[in-house]
Design a protein around this ligand. Sequence first.
Ligand SMILES: NC(=O)C1=CN([C@@H]2O[C@H](COP(=O)(O)OP(=O)(O)OC[C@H]3O[C@@H](n4cnc5c(N)ncnc54)[C@H](O)[C@@H]3O)[C@@H](O)[C@H]2O)C=CC1
Ligand SMILES: CC(=O)C(=O)O
Length: 372
Amino acid sequence: MLIGVPKEIKNNENRVAITPAGVMAMVNNGHQVIIEKNAGLGSGISDEDYIKAGATILDTAQEVFSQADMIMKVKEPLPAEYELFREGQLLFTYLHLAPEPELTAALLKKKVTGVAYETIQLENGALPLLTPMSEVAGRMSIQIGARYLEKTYGGLGVLLGGVPGVPAANVVIVGGGIVGTNAAKMAIGLGANVTILDLNVDRLRYLDDIFGGKINTVMSNSYNIASAVKKADLLVGAVLIPGAKAPRLVTEEMVKTMKPGSVIVDVAIDQGGSIETIDRVTTHSEPIYEKHGVIHYSVANMPGAVARTSTFALTNVTLPYAIQLANKGWLQAVKDNCALAKGVNVVDGKCTFKAVADSLNLEYTPLARIIG
Ligand SMILES: NC(=O)C1=CN([C@@H]2O[C@H](COP(=O)(O)OP(=O)(O)OC[C@H]3O[C@@H](n4cnc5c(N)ncnc54)[C@H](O)[C@@H]3O)[C@@H](O)[C@H]2O)C=CC1
Ligand SMILES: CC(=O)C(=O)O
Protein backbone atom coordinates (compact mmCIF):
# COMPACT_ATOMS: atom_id res chain seq x y z
CA MET A 1 0.00 0.00 0.00
CA LEU A 2 1.12 3.58 -0.60
CA ILE A 3 0.94 5.49 2.68
CA GLY A 4 0.88 9.28 2.66
CA VAL A 5 1.75 11.59 5.56
CA PRO A 6 1.05 15.31 5.02
CA LYS A 7 2.40 18.08 7.22
CA GLU A 8 -0.18 19.15 9.82
CA ILE A 9 -1.68 22.58 9.13
CA LYS A 10 -3.67 23.34 12.30
CA ASN A 11 -2.42 26.35 14.28
CA ASN A 12 0.82 25.37 16.04
CA GLU A 13 0.27 21.69 15.38
CA ASN A 14 3.79 20.37 15.51
CA ARG A 15 3.02 16.66 15.72
CA VAL A 16 3.44 14.30 12.78
CA ALA A 17 1.64 11.00 12.17
CA ILE A 18 4.67 8.77 11.61
CA THR A 19 8.25 8.53 12.92
CA PRO A 20 11.28 7.07 11.14
CA ALA A 21 10.70 3.85 13.14
CA GLY A 22 7.17 3.72 11.72
CA VAL A 23 8.46 4.26 8.19
CA MET A 24 10.92 1.41 8.62
CA ALA A 25 8.18 -0.89 9.96
CA MET A 26 5.90 -0.04 7.02
CA VAL A 27 8.70 -0.63 4.49
CA ASN A 28 9.58 -3.95 6.16
CA ASN A 29 5.93 -4.93 5.71
CA GLY A 30 6.18 -4.27 1.97
CA HIS A 31 4.64 -0.77 1.85
CA GLN A 32 5.84 2.55 0.47
CA VAL A 33 5.68 5.78 2.48
CA ILE A 34 5.49 9.29 1.02
CA ILE A 35 5.87 12.25 3.38
CA GLU A 36 5.38 15.95 2.76
CA LYS A 37 8.56 18.01 3.00
CA ASN A 38 9.32 19.24 6.56
CA ALA A 39 6.36 17.32 8.06
CA GLY A 40 8.47 16.14 11.00
CA LEU A 41 10.43 19.30 11.74
CA GLY A 42 8.13 20.45 14.56
CA SER A 43 8.81 17.16 16.33
CA GLY A 44 12.56 17.27 15.71
CA ILE A 45 12.48 14.77 12.81
CA SER A 46 14.25 15.82 9.59
CA ASP A 47 13.47 14.77 6.02
CA GLU A 48 16.86 13.00 6.00
CA ASP A 49 15.79 10.91 9.02
CA TYR A 50 12.74 9.78 7.06
CA ILE A 51 14.70 9.13 3.86
CA LYS A 52 17.21 6.98 5.77
CA ALA A 53 14.31 4.92 7.11
CA GLY A 54 13.02 4.35 3.55
CA ALA A 55 10.47 7.13 2.90
CA THR A 56 10.17 9.38 -0.15
CA ILE A 57 9.76 13.12 0.49
CA LEU A 58 7.33 15.08 -1.71
CA ASP A 59 7.11 18.86 -1.96
CA THR A 60 3.40 19.43 -1.41
CA ALA A 61 0.35 18.08 0.40
CA GLN A 62 -1.39 17.91 -3.01
CA GLU A 63 1.14 15.35 -4.23
CA VAL A 64 0.78 13.28 -1.06
CA PHE A 65 -3.04 13.27 -1.13
CA SER A 66 -3.25 12.60 -4.86
CA GLN A 67 -1.05 9.49 -4.73
CA ALA A 68 -1.59 7.80 -1.35
CA ASP A 69 -4.02 4.92 -0.70
CA MET A 70 -4.01 5.66 3.04
CA ILE A 71 -3.51 9.12 4.54
CA MET A 72 -2.14 9.15 8.07
CA LYS A 73 -2.62 12.41 9.96
CA VAL A 74 -2.76 13.65 13.53
CA LYS A 75 -5.57 16.23 13.57
CA GLU A 76 -8.93 16.27 11.87
CA PRO A 77 -8.72 17.66 8.29
CA LEU A 78 -9.22 21.41 7.92
CA PRO A 79 -11.21 23.02 5.05
CA ALA A 80 -8.03 23.49 2.95
CA GLU A 81 -7.62 19.70 3.01
CA TYR A 82 -11.23 18.71 2.22
CA GLU A 83 -10.75 19.11 -1.54
CA LEU A 84 -7.57 17.04 -1.56
CA PHE A 85 -9.23 13.74 -0.69
CA ARG A 86 -9.88 11.19 -3.42
CA GLU A 87 -13.02 9.07 -3.51
CA GLY A 88 -12.55 5.85 -1.54
CA GLN A 89 -9.32 7.02 0.12
CA LEU A 90 -8.57 5.65 3.59
CA LEU A 91 -8.00 8.28 6.30
CA PHE A 92 -6.51 7.33 9.67
CA THR A 93 -6.40 10.24 12.15
CA TYR A 94 -8.22 11.98 15.01
CA LEU A 95 -11.56 13.01 13.52
CA HIS A 96 -13.81 14.30 16.36
CA LEU A 97 -16.76 14.44 13.94
CA ALA A 98 -19.62 15.03 16.43
CA PRO A 99 -19.01 18.80 16.72
CA GLU A 100 -17.88 19.12 13.05
CA PRO A 101 -20.82 18.98 10.60
CA GLU A 102 -18.84 20.52 7.73
CA LEU A 103 -15.94 18.10 8.00
CA THR A 104 -18.36 15.18 8.26
CA ALA A 105 -20.25 16.37 5.17
CA ALA A 106 -16.97 16.72 3.25
CA LEU A 107 -15.85 13.18 4.13
CA LEU A 108 -19.27 11.76 3.25
CA LYS A 109 -19.33 13.64 -0.06
CA LYS A 110 -15.86 12.37 -1.00
CA LYS A 111 -16.79 8.83 0.17
CA VAL A 112 -13.66 8.72 2.32
CA THR A 113 -13.25 5.77 4.69
CA GLY A 114 -12.55 7.59 7.94
CA VAL A 115 -11.05 5.60 10.82
CA ALA A 116 -10.89 7.81 13.91
CA TYR A 117 -8.14 7.27 16.45
CA GLU A 118 -10.40 8.45 19.28
CA THR A 119 -13.19 5.88 18.84
CA ILE A 120 -11.04 2.75 18.52
CA GLN A 121 -12.12 0.95 21.67
CA LEU A 122 -11.05 -2.23 23.43
CA GLU A 123 -13.55 -4.62 24.98
CA ASN A 124 -12.88 -3.16 28.44
CA GLY A 125 -13.93 0.30 27.20
CA ALA A 126 -10.39 1.71 26.99
CA LEU A 127 -9.58 4.07 24.10
CA PRO A 128 -5.97 3.09 23.35
CA LEU A 129 -5.31 5.72 20.68
CA LEU A 130 -6.75 8.55 22.76
CA THR A 131 -5.05 7.60 26.03
CA PRO A 132 -1.52 8.96 25.45
CA MET A 133 -2.76 12.35 24.23
CA SER A 134 -5.18 12.51 27.16
CA GLU A 135 -2.25 11.82 29.46
CA VAL A 136 -0.39 14.73 27.86
CA ALA A 137 -3.38 17.12 27.86
CA GLY A 138 -4.38 16.19 31.42
CA ARG A 139 -0.89 16.97 32.68
CA MET A 140 -0.71 20.16 30.62
CA SER A 141 -4.08 21.39 31.92
CA ILE A 142 -2.58 22.03 35.34
CA GLN A 143 0.59 23.77 34.18
CA ILE A 144 -1.51 25.92 31.84
CA GLY A 145 -4.04 26.65 34.58
CA ALA A 146 -1.25 27.54 37.02
CA ARG A 147 0.21 29.97 34.47
CA TYR A 148 -3.09 31.79 33.84
CA LEU A 149 -3.76 32.04 37.59
CA GLU A 150 -0.70 34.27 37.75
CA LYS A 151 -1.50 37.98 37.96
CA THR A 152 0.68 38.83 34.95
CA TYR A 153 -1.53 36.59 32.79
CA GLY A 154 -4.72 38.20 34.13
CA GLY A 155 -5.43 35.61 36.82
CA LEU A 156 -6.32 35.69 40.48
CA GLY A 157 -2.69 35.80 41.54
CA VAL A 158 -2.71 32.54 43.49
CA LEU A 159 -0.14 29.80 43.71
CA LEU A 160 -1.71 26.35 43.30
CA GLY A 161 0.06 24.90 46.33
CA GLY A 162 -0.23 27.96 48.57
CA VAL A 163 2.53 28.31 51.21
CA PRO A 164 2.58 27.61 54.96
CA GLY A 165 -0.01 29.93 56.49
CA VAL A 166 -1.89 30.52 53.21
CA PRO A 167 -4.29 27.91 51.82
CA ALA A 168 -3.68 26.05 48.58
CA ALA A 169 -5.89 26.72 45.54
CA ASN A 170 -8.95 24.62 44.72
CA VAL A 171 -8.67 22.58 41.53
CA VAL A 172 -11.97 21.06 40.36
CA ILE A 173 -11.88 18.40 37.64
CA VAL A 174 -15.10 17.32 35.95
CA GLY A 175 -14.51 13.83 34.51
CA GLY A 176 -12.19 11.35 36.20
CA GLY A 177 -10.93 9.40 33.17
CA ILE A 178 -7.44 9.63 31.67
CA VAL A 179 -7.37 13.44 31.39
CA GLY A 180 -8.88 13.84 34.87
CA THR A 181 -6.50 11.38 36.50
CA ASN A 182 -3.43 12.95 34.92
CA ALA A 183 -4.60 16.43 35.84
CA ALA A 184 -5.12 15.27 39.42
CA LYS A 185 -1.65 13.74 39.55
CA MET A 186 -0.05 17.07 38.60
CA ALA A 187 -2.31 19.18 40.80
CA ILE A 188 -1.64 17.00 43.85
CA GLY A 189 2.07 17.17 43.08
CA LEU A 190 1.89 20.96 43.24
CA GLY A 191 -0.01 20.83 46.53
CA ALA A 192 -3.46 21.97 45.38
CA ASN A 193 -6.78 20.90 46.95
CA VAL A 194 -8.22 18.60 44.30
CA THR A 195 -11.84 17.58 43.74
CA ILE A 196 -12.84 15.18 40.97
CA LEU A 197 -16.43 14.63 39.85
CA ASP A 198 -17.48 11.62 37.78
CA LEU A 199 -20.70 9.75 37.06
CA ASN A 200 -19.06 6.38 37.49
CA VAL A 201 -18.85 5.44 41.15
CA ASP A 202 -16.39 2.61 40.43
CA ARG A 203 -14.09 5.14 38.83
CA LEU A 204 -14.40 7.37 41.92
CA ARG A 205 -13.52 4.37 44.12
CA TYR A 206 -10.48 3.65 41.95
CA LEU A 207 -9.34 7.29 42.12
CA ASP A 208 -9.82 7.37 45.87
CA ASP A 209 -7.69 4.22 46.15
CA ILE A 210 -4.83 5.29 43.90
CA PHE A 211 -4.58 8.79 45.32
CA GLY A 212 -4.70 7.48 48.88
CA GLY A 213 -7.21 10.02 50.19
CA LYS A 214 -5.33 13.02 48.72
CA ILE A 215 -8.35 14.04 46.61
CA ASN A 216 -12.04 14.61 47.18
CA THR A 217 -14.21 12.41 44.97
CA VAL A 218 -17.74 13.63 44.29
CA MET A 219 -20.63 12.11 42.35
CA SER A 220 -21.32 14.19 39.25
CA ASN A 221 -24.76 15.83 39.20
CA SER A 222 -25.86 19.42 38.63
CA TYR A 223 -26.11 20.18 42.34
CA ASN A 224 -22.62 18.91 43.18
CA ILE A 225 -21.06 20.46 40.06
CA ALA A 226 -22.56 23.87 40.96
CA SER A 227 -21.20 23.73 44.48
CA ALA A 228 -17.72 22.60 43.40
CA VAL A 229 -17.47 25.14 40.55
CA LYS A 230 -18.31 28.03 42.92
CA LYS A 231 -15.20 27.24 45.00
CA ALA A 232 -12.87 26.47 42.06
CA ASP A 233 -9.80 28.57 41.36
CA LEU A 234 -9.00 26.27 38.43
CA LEU A 235 -11.73 24.23 36.71
CA VAL A 236 -10.73 21.47 34.26
CA GLY A 237 -13.32 20.04 31.83
CA ALA A 238 -12.44 16.37 31.21
CA VAL A 239 -15.64 14.47 30.39
CA LEU A 240 -16.14 12.16 27.44
CA ILE A 241 -18.92 10.07 25.99
CA PRO A 242 -16.95 8.30 23.24
CA GLY A 243 -17.69 9.72 19.80
CA ALA A 244 -20.50 11.98 21.02
CA LYS A 245 -20.69 15.73 21.48
CA ALA A 246 -19.54 16.53 25.03
CA PRO A 247 -22.35 17.14 27.52
CA ARG A 248 -22.46 20.79 28.67
CA LEU A 249 -22.26 20.09 32.39
CA VAL A 250 -21.13 23.48 33.68
CA THR A 251 -23.76 26.12 32.94
CA GLU A 252 -23.25 29.84 32.40
CA GLU A 253 -24.96 30.50 35.77
CA MET A 254 -22.36 28.28 37.47
CA VAL A 255 -19.48 30.10 35.74
CA LYS A 256 -20.92 33.43 36.98
CA THR A 257 -20.40 32.21 40.56
CA MET A 258 -16.64 31.78 40.02
CA LYS A 259 -14.19 34.38 41.32
CA PRO A 260 -12.93 36.99 38.84
CA GLY A 261 -9.49 35.86 37.68
CA SER A 262 -10.21 32.16 38.15
CA VAL A 263 -9.43 29.88 35.21
CA ILE A 264 -11.24 27.26 33.13
CA VAL A 265 -9.28 24.79 30.97
CA ASP A 266 -11.82 22.81 28.91
CA VAL A 267 -9.83 19.87 27.61
CA ALA A 268 -13.05 18.32 26.24
CA ILE A 269 -13.24 21.10 23.63
CA ASP A 270 -12.26 18.66 20.87
CA GLN A 271 -15.67 17.03 21.35
CA GLY A 272 -17.42 20.41 21.45
CA GLY A 273 -16.67 21.47 25.05
CA SER A 274 -18.26 20.73 28.41
CA ILE A 275 -18.68 24.29 29.72
CA GLU A 276 -21.58 26.45 28.51
CA THR A 277 -19.48 29.62 28.32
CA ILE A 278 -16.96 27.95 26.02
CA ASP A 279 -18.28 29.44 22.79
CA ARG A 280 -15.20 29.01 20.59
CA VAL A 281 -12.22 26.79 19.93
CA THR A 282 -9.07 28.78 20.69
CA THR A 283 -5.56 28.26 19.30
CA HIS A 284 -2.07 28.10 20.73
CA SER A 285 -1.52 31.60 19.23
CA GLU A 286 -4.55 33.05 21.02
CA PRO A 287 -5.36 30.47 23.69
CA ILE A 288 -7.64 32.40 26.04
CA TYR A 289 -10.57 34.75 26.28
CA GLU A 290 -12.44 36.18 29.24
CA LYS A 291 -16.11 35.80 30.08
CA HIS A 292 -17.78 36.87 33.37
CA GLY A 293 -14.29 37.75 34.60
CA VAL A 294 -13.16 34.12 34.24
CA ILE A 295 -10.26 33.15 31.94
CA HIS A 296 -11.33 30.48 29.44
CA TYR A 297 -8.77 28.23 27.68
CA SER A 298 -10.14 25.96 24.94
CA VAL A 299 -7.35 24.75 22.67
CA ALA A 300 -8.33 21.57 20.82
CA ASN A 301 -4.79 20.38 20.08
CA MET A 302 -3.04 20.92 23.39
CA PRO A 303 -0.45 18.13 22.83
CA GLY A 304 0.74 19.92 19.66
CA ALA A 305 2.63 22.30 21.97
CA VAL A 306 4.80 19.50 23.34
CA ALA A 307 5.16 17.80 19.99
CA ARG A 308 8.37 15.91 20.58
CA THR A 309 6.84 14.03 23.52
CA SER A 310 3.43 13.76 21.88
CA THR A 311 4.49 12.49 18.45
CA PHE A 312 6.37 9.57 19.94
CA ALA A 313 3.63 8.82 22.50
CA LEU A 314 0.95 8.93 19.78
CA THR A 315 2.76 6.91 17.13
CA ASN A 316 3.70 4.22 19.66
CA VAL A 317 0.01 3.35 19.78
CA THR A 318 -1.18 4.19 16.25
CA LEU A 319 1.47 2.25 14.34
CA PRO A 320 0.28 -1.30 15.15
CA TYR A 321 -3.23 -0.39 13.91
CA ALA A 322 -1.84 1.41 10.84
CA ILE A 323 0.13 -1.71 9.93
CA GLN A 324 -3.02 -3.84 10.19
CA LEU A 325 -4.88 -1.42 7.90
CA ALA A 326 -2.00 -1.39 5.41
CA ASN A 327 -1.32 -5.14 5.42
CA LYS A 328 -4.93 -6.31 5.14
CA GLY A 329 -6.79 -3.34 3.66
CA TRP A 330 -9.36 -1.62 5.90
CA LEU A 331 -12.19 -4.09 5.21
CA GLN A 332 -10.34 -7.24 6.28
CA ALA A 333 -8.53 -5.39 9.09
CA VAL A 334 -11.79 -4.29 10.74
CA LYS A 335 -13.37 -7.72 10.20
CA ASP A 336 -10.42 -9.22 12.13
CA ASN A 337 -10.23 -6.61 14.89
CA CYS A 338 -13.38 -5.39 16.67
CA ALA A 339 -11.48 -2.59 18.43
CA LEU A 340 -10.36 -1.19 15.07
CA ALA A 341 -13.89 -1.60 13.66
CA LYS A 342 -15.13 0.85 16.31
CA GLY A 343 -12.85 3.45 14.75
CA VAL A 344 -14.76 3.45 11.47
CA ASN A 345 -16.89 6.62 11.48
CA VAL A 346 -17.65 7.10 7.78
CA VAL A 347 -17.52 4.78 4.76
CA ASP A 348 -18.69 5.20 1.20
CA GLY A 349 -20.84 8.24 1.98
CA LYS A 350 -22.45 6.68 5.08
CA CYS A 351 -22.04 7.49 8.77
CA THR A 352 -21.26 4.27 10.64
CA PHE A 353 -20.77 5.61 14.18
CA LYS A 354 -24.05 5.99 16.05
CA ALA A 355 -23.01 8.74 18.48
CA VAL A 356 -21.73 10.85 15.57
CA ALA A 357 -24.89 10.26 13.52
CA ASP A 358 -27.06 11.15 16.54
CA SER A 359 -25.06 14.30 17.34
CA LEU A 360 -25.30 15.54 13.74
CA ASN A 361 -28.82 14.29 12.92
CA LEU A 362 -27.49 12.04 10.18
CA GLU A 363 -28.76 8.67 9.06
CA TYR A 364 -26.86 5.92 10.89
CA THR A 365 -25.71 2.87 8.96
CA PRO A 366 -24.37 0.06 11.17
CA LEU A 367 -20.90 -0.97 9.98
CA ALA A 368 -21.97 -4.62 9.99
CA ARG A 369 -24.40 -3.83 7.16
CA ILE A 370 -21.47 -2.62 5.04
CA ILE A 371 -18.81 -5.18 5.89
CA GLY A 372 -21.20 -8.16 5.93
N1 LIG B 1 -7.98 19.47 23.93
C1 LIG B 1 -7.07 18.54 23.65
O1 LIG B 1 -6.00 18.84 23.12
C2 LIG B 1 -7.30 17.13 24.03
C3 LIG B 1 -8.56 16.75 24.39
N2 LIG B 1 -8.81 15.47 24.82
C4 LIG B 1 -10.19 15.20 25.19
O2 LIG B 1 -10.40 15.14 26.59
C5 LIG B 1 -11.65 14.50 26.82
C6 LIG B 1 -11.50 13.45 27.94
O3 LIG B 1 -10.72 12.38 27.46
P1 LIG B 1 -10.34 11.11 28.36
O4 LIG B 1 -10.02 11.53 29.73
O5 LIG B 1 -9.35 10.33 27.60
O6 LIG B 1 -11.70 10.31 28.37
P2 LIG B 1 -12.08 9.12 29.36
O7 LIG B 1 -13.11 8.30 28.67
O8 LIG B 1 -10.87 8.45 29.88
O9 LIG B 1 -12.75 9.88 30.60
C7 LIG B 1 -13.95 10.56 30.52
C8 LIG B 1 -14.60 10.50 31.87
O10 LIG B 1 -15.77 11.32 31.80
C9 LIG B 1 -16.70 10.71 32.67
N3 LIG B 1 -18.03 11.27 32.43
C10 LIG B 1 -18.90 11.03 31.42
N4 LIG B 1 -20.04 11.73 31.62
C11 LIG B 1 -19.85 12.45 32.78
C12 LIG B 1 -20.64 13.35 33.54
N5 LIG B 1 -21.89 13.67 33.15
N6 LIG B 1 -20.12 13.88 34.66
C13 LIG B 1 -18.87 13.57 35.07
N7 LIG B 1 -18.08 12.71 34.42
C14 LIG B 1 -18.57 12.15 33.28
C15 LIG B 1 -16.58 9.23 32.35
O11 LIG B 1 -17.16 8.43 33.38
C16 LIG B 1 -15.07 9.09 32.26
O12 LIG B 1 -14.50 8.71 33.51
C17 LIG B 1 -12.07 13.91 25.46
O13 LIG B 1 -12.98 14.76 24.82
C18 LIG B 1 -10.75 13.87 24.71
O14 LIG B 1 -10.92 13.82 23.31
C19 LIG B 1 -7.83 14.54 24.91
C20 LIG B 1 -6.55 14.86 24.54
C21 LIG B 1 -6.20 16.18 24.02
C1 LIG C 1 -7.05 14.01 21.13
C2 LIG C 1 -6.75 15.14 20.25
O1 LIG C 1 -7.62 15.65 19.59
C3 LIG C 1 -5.42 15.66 20.19
O2 LIG C 1 -4.49 15.06 20.75
O3 LIG C 1 -5.22 16.70 19.54
